[in-house]
Design a protein around this ligand. Sequence first.
Ligand code: ADP
Length: 545
Amino acid sequence: MLGLMQEHPLLVSSLIEHAVAAHPGAGIVSRTVEGPVHRCTWRDVHRRSKQAANALTALGVRPGDRVATLAWNGYRHMELYFGVSGMGAVLHTLNPRLFPEQLEYIVNHAEDSVLCFDLSFVPLVEKLAPQLESVRAFVLMTDRAHMPESSIPGLLCYEDLLAAQSDDYAWPDLDERAAASLCYTSGTTGKPKGVLYSHRSTVLHAFGACTVDSLAVSRDDTALLVVPMFHVNAWSMPYAAAMSGARLVLPGPALDGASVYALLRDEQVTLALGVPTVWLMLLQHVSAAGLEPATELALRRVVIGGAAAPRSMAEAFERDFGAFVVHAWGMTETSPVGTVCNLLPEHRALPLEQRLQVQAKQGRAVFGVRLKLTDDEGRALPHDGQAAGHLKIRGPWVARAYYRDEGGPILDDEGWFDTGDVATIDPDGYMHITDRSKDVIKSGGEWISSIAIENAAMGHPLVAEAAVIGIAHPKWQERPLLLLVVKPGQVLERESVLHYLDGRVAKWWLPDDVLFVRELPHTATGKLLKTALREQFRDYRFADA
Ligand code: ADP
């Protein structure tokens, strides 16, 4: 027997319609590429996203066509988020930190029909344009006054396009399973692969992000999106803000510590989201400049994901900012929110030290997502907080295939997606990533967690950043090598690092050597690029090996 409830498709356009009906005056603050801070409301985003839909229709964009953006976090990007998906086209966010050859590959693979981009990327697009076979129109996201001389064929001005259009536009009634947006994995191994989100997955994921046990985004928040809108849809925040009415602060291109701090202070941000590397820059700025964030800022929560949040970072935010760190885990293939680390009632009374141990975990599955652990043979492992295994996931916002079936089938017979992460899950459901499966260090038949050693090393007051890789060893198969970047102007000895780690990680996990480097390589999404490190230290041998 079927239920008798109404069936309305879950569409991205319903989010912007809700925003304008429920919180039309809620604000969106953008630091622009052109310079000034721009302020608008959901009423403006609603109106202009409809003008954008009309303008793209006039450019020949049809439902299903891909419209690419190469843009920072800003209000025009927001308009395209809703305008492009709302009209039934597919918003394809490009990561400008990728190599030009990768961008060329991705645009051609996605067969993008229009490319909208910020002023910062004019030189990049000039270089790329001749190779972009499918792009019919290049749109510079600025006004007439800022239009440069450029070799880009038929370069169009976004503000001119919008000004020529009415805001009278009826969002089409789409199939909720239709594609809404497209984001490529950064392809640290192999070619980048496209993850194609549907309207349904996007809306369900936004519900998931807003729940109290997840990111708890609400009208009470002023949310700073340090996480870029080209990185897995800024973790759903544009959609979650439309749903909840959270005030948004969009930082544009300036993500250095001083600029982020200024926005936190000037806009009295309560919730900030980003990857660990940007928070490292912020914490360094605060300590170098001798600032007093706890008295100047209104920051209550910092969501950290994309890479493991070291415990020392959670401690610093708590101590210096009075802000609670919400650790979260996900991937492009999971939209991205999979697990979020909120506390259970029994954790609240714990001494700080023990509470931080809970916060170092990546958290519990958000409703909708299911997790399991398996051994190498695919047998299920217990959720006892001890057994580390391959982390598998399923749920309505998890990919079932890559765009154009790149890489073939990605689910097992029961519909689970292998995340490529190695994790434990404790009896309360807290998942703890111990490694990427390709980064795990196999020593004497056991696994050593490179992340655990990195986190411990990051707790050393003179360490700015740490990376651990496995180095071949004749007796143990592999042993850990610790690479450290020391804080500016500081000196650190190998022995004192090893002494510090002794007791903080298992004895047999102690690195066989410590090397000091000037900087560590990162991926386009801010993760340690361990493939590059393994390549760089390919011929390295421990003294006793
Ligand atoms: P990429 O395109 O580089 O794969 P993703 O954002 O999809 O970018 O990366 C997903 C991966 O990032 C996860 O599989 C996991 O290894 C890592 N990751 C994400 N969040 C965390 C976290 N909180 N702790 C540890 N690792 C994380």
